[in-house]
Ligand binder design. Sequence first.
Ligand code: MSP
Length: 644
Amino acid sequence: MSKYITTPIYYVNGEAHIGHAYTTFIADTMARYEKLKGEDTYFLTGTDEHGQKIEESAKKNNKGTKEFADEISATFKNLWDEFEIGYTKFIRTTDEEHKKGVQKAFEVMYAKGDIYKDFYEGHYCVSCETFFTETQLVDGEFCPDCGRSTNVVKEESYFFRLSKYEDALLKHYEQNPEFIIPKSRANEVINFVKGGLRDLSVTRTSFTWGVKMPSSLKDDKHVMYVWLDALLNYVTALGYGSDEANMRYWPASMQFVGKDILRFHAIYWPAFLMSLDLPLPKQIGAHGWWTRDGEKMSKSKGNVVSPKEVADVYGAENLRYFMLREVPFGQDGDFSQRAFMDRINSELSNDLGNLLNRIIGMSGKYSGFEIDSSDVLKYHKKEIDAAHAIVDSLDVLMEGMQTHRYLEELWRLFAIGNKAIEEHAPWVKMKEGKKDEALATVALVANILAKASIMLHPIMPRTTNIIADTLGFGIDSSSYKEFILDKKLLKLFSIKQTPPLFPKIEAPLMPEAPAAQPNAPKSEQAAVKEMPKEQDNLIEIGQFFQTSLKVGTVVEAQEVEKSAKLLKLKVDLGEESPRQIVAGIKEFYSAESLIGTQVCVVANLKPAKLMGMVSEGMILAAKDENGLSLIRPEKPKKAGTSIG
Ligand code: MSP
């Protein structure tokens, strides 16, 4: 059975950041893994180039729209090429075949009666290219997804009968519990659909930068809605509507998306496919968002991490390793140089790099850079069996996208290798004249390194090719079969001397995140009160003690959907049950990063309602032009400890 793996196609209104890189890394890893297993695999990525947002960005940059799209699309393609992303095709929605395919799909849907003409009136967010109803807006004006201002738009539009597919979608989710991973996200989608689906406006007349209507409809003042155009890339790339030979790869085995665009992929996309009588993708994998040093990345804050900048100083594959090791799939992750350096130094350099260096050194010293595996099973059957048990456990982790667990388990192989060297001390055995035993330990470790590098290959292809070259073998689906599936040992290693692969990093190599810009969009500014000037407002000590300040421990935290600012926390104040506190700190802290940390709380504040949720306290924070910091006790204190 063939495999088809996709990334979202990236908007060409700005250059790639590590969030985009993460989606691409994870998809590339999966595609490489399937190829390693010998699967016939097609891996698609590309750029999403139509719509008002791109038109406006081009204008701002004083460029023609196509010229602008060409430039930015090329920056994505070049970046992925630098990262050696092994895509089969890089699609652009401005490609002629794609446009033809979209027009054909529109005609098929129209002929089926799934598209009709009417009027649309709603609040449009240009940045998200999405319509919202009044009730969905934050503060009656701002986009619930990105926080930017929306415009009221009324125009003639063609509509897709999304509502018709409500039941079929719910049935599909029910019958295919693995359709959306992680499962927690599936519930969000199901609840959204159960809440009722409105027909979807799928054309625009207010701008022209889009796929034109099929000529058969004779209505050329409309262009296609960018999400209809964009989602169809997954089949037009395979030739839908033109040369359909590659349509044999459809349905996709895995479509990776960020959690922010899951709704489009898990609701609209399957409905479009049903309308086209095409099978639905096997699985949609929704990953979390990346922050930098605990803060949301945004152009306005100037703290966006450029993958190129990181790769240039820390190494492209080290970044891949870090991102896939750091977060469980589906959860938000944080990029900090400290965490990144720690993983490079302890896991890549100490555990893996040193083991390889020791094998190069010992094989040179004891056996002229040749390692023979003949005696491994005689002296080290236990270790080899343990290593094979670990290797056997990996497939299910990768197929379930548990990359952090996959790498964690994989690293246990290096622990076996390092422990064997310590315990069996080949240098002592050599002195004692037990050369066979000494060389068997070296060969054990060489075999462990060989198997580990095959399994690490999808994540660090270039690095593992160097390791394999150092050991004297090649990584491909036949070595995967021989050394992983059939559990063979490599009979003879011929070792090359290779300089250390992971030099230790002593200090951060990039400047720290720049200070946040004070002129962030209105909705991006934190809800921090203006403080009165001290000298105008002196109080008695008794007045101060009327405020009950307490240390609390955050036991739960989640993002408030539809709000750019709010997080909903459960804070333990040493009372019977934790308090619910709704705080305007979402742009500065991810929910994840707060769990288990301590905060200072105004505990005797009258409960208030924020976006319909009761908040029973206020969290203390300080904000200046560099951003917002929570005020915390210097050392952990019992939950409920009074401050003052
Ligand atoms: N063009 C649409 C996708 C159309 S797919 C038919 C789009 N493009 S995007 O460039 O805005 O985003 C592409 C992907 O990058 C999305 O999956 C999004 O979730 C991801 N990310 C953008 N910022 C991110 C982070 N900070 N962290 C992780 N991923 C994030 O949406």
